[in-house]
Design a protein around this ligand. Structure first.
Ligand code: PLP
Length: 444
């Protein structure tokens, strides 16, 4: 183990109360000490390597969820470990009264990746639903600015404040959209059941049906500050925007002088086989938010303003203590570097296609259709048994997410290999069979 000095390891082991406890004993302590916002977690995980994690009972799992689209490079990736530890050993934190090289370099790199000629990988094969035209889009270096945050919801709070700085207060968001749990992001979130208990929320947000261009056209007017959309609605069950929807949103916002905010917190940073999901749609937004995959597990998010939207927040109008922290920023640099160096965008497209085709090829009666792009996939089920499928998968050593009653979400590390995808596909029939048999029995 080169990760930490052994004597320090002993001390850390004592701080966490020893490593000999079983999952259940840990979870009892969890239940007593943690707020019950997530229910009882399924397992206590103690270690990870690549696309595998181990629980406190020594069982190994294939991680097809990747910390919810976060562990882009899998677990304990050597480049990320080394980048973070050496930065922490050099300079771990400075206030925003001071700057640090990783923060600046990461902001520049993100802006570079948002340049249309970079964002639309013209030379690589793309899925049929995924046609991009890199021509004629006009951001260049120096035409954007980044505000770093620690999470997705904070990136969207910054975007919300940018929208208010237009002088208008109306924001159009989509039903089913998810933008986070803090009050501004929650106001934009499209699921009434998580929004309503916390009303009154910041006002001015209206929701329209997702993927409905006419509804969007009807809702956006000259009072509209911004339209906020996800290219693929992740929390709604992996629902991709249909072809042309984002382009239509770009057109209607432009007509009315409103901003287009694209929430790429889940879809960005290579998740769908492009640096950003919207790049495949040939649109240039005003604001892009990212978070989940950017730090590969180190908390970091970013609100990126392009063109005039880059200058709507000025001195005194927004801030954060931790945002742009050098350790988090260097993690982002390491993730972006590894994605490029190891051709992970190609890997995401290839392995994602293999997974989707493989699930379809099972022709299992519980599987309706696979939705999504790249390595953000939703296996639509023919019955509302996703929680049972996820539980059976866990028992079979595979982590997946029942994002809603009828959908299993996959968001594995971008480094998932074809062999590991095969491992998942080989295990899936038995998992589905067991749940299917139980459901049929219940039907009588
Ligand atoms: C997860 C998510 C968020 C919220 O991110 P947090 O880091 O949990 O605050 C916002 N938008 C989208 C699209 C997400 O998937």
């Amino acid at each position: 183990m080169s990760r930490t000095d052994m004597s320090h390891n002993d001390e850390l082991t004592q701080l966490t109360g020893g490593t000999a406890l079983a999952s259940d004993a840990w979870l009892d302590r969890y239940g007593d000490a943690l707020m019950n916002t997530f229910g009882r977690p399924q397992r206590v995980l103690v270690r990870g390597e690549g696309c595998y994690v181990w629980d406190a009972d020594g069982r190994r799992y294939l991680d097809m969820l990747g910390g919810l689209a976060v562990n882009a490079l899998g677990h304990a990736h050597p480049l990320l470990v080394s980048a973070v530890t050496s930065q922490l050993a050099t300079l771990g934190h400075v206030s925003n009264f001071f700057a640090s090289p990783p923060q600046i370099a990461l902001a520049e790199r993100l802006l570079e990746l948002l340049r249309p000629d970079v964002a639309g990988p013209a030379s690589t094969a793309r899925p049929a639903d995924d046609v991009s035209d890199a021509a004629g889009r006009g951001t260049g270096p120096g035409t954007g600015r980044v505000f770093f945050t620690n999470s997705g919801t904070e990136a969207n709070e910054a975007a919300f404040k940018i929208a208010r700085r237009t002088g208008r207060t109306k924001v159009v968001a989509a039903d089913g959209g998810f933008h986070g749990r803090t009050m501004g992001a929650l106001a934009m979130t499209g699921k009434a059941s998580i929004r309503e208990p916390f009303e009154p929320l910041p006002g001015g947000v209206v929701h329209v049906p997702f993927a409905d261009v006419d509804a969007l056209r009807a809702a956006v007017d000259d009072e509209t500050a911004a339209v906020v959309l996800e290219p693929v609605q992740g929390e709604a069950g992996v629902v991709p925007a249909p072809d042309g929807y984002l382009a239509a949103a770009r057109q209607v916002t432009q007509e009315h002088g409103a901003l287009l905010i694209i929430d790429e917190v889940q879809t960005g940073i290579g998740r769908v086989g492009h640096w950003f999901a919207h790049s495949a749609d040939g649109v240039v937004p005003d604001v892009v938010t990212v978070a989940k995959g950017l730090g590969g597990g180190i908390p970091i998010g970013a609100c990126i303003g392009l063109g005039e939207a880059a200058d709507l927040l000025g001195p005194g109008s927004h801030g954060t203590t931790f945002g742009g922290n050098p350790v988090a920023a260097v993690a982002g640099l390491a993730v972006l570097h590894a994605i490029e160096r190891d051709n992970l965008l190609d890997n995401v497209r290839t392995v994602g296609r293999h997974l989707a085709d493989g699930v379809h090829a099972l022709e299992h009666p519980l599987v309706d259709r696979v939705r999504g792009r790249g390595l953000l996939l939703g296996i639509g089920l023919t019955r509302e048994v996703a929680p049972q499928v996820a539980a059976a998968a866990l028992d079979a050593g595979i982590i997946v997410n029942p994002v809603n009653a009828g959908t299993i979400r996959l968001a594995p590390p971008l480094v998932l290999s074809t062999a590991q995808a095969e491992e998942f596909l080989a295990a899936l029939p038995k998992v589905l069979d067991a749940v299917h048999a139980t459901a049929e029995e219940a039907d009588g």
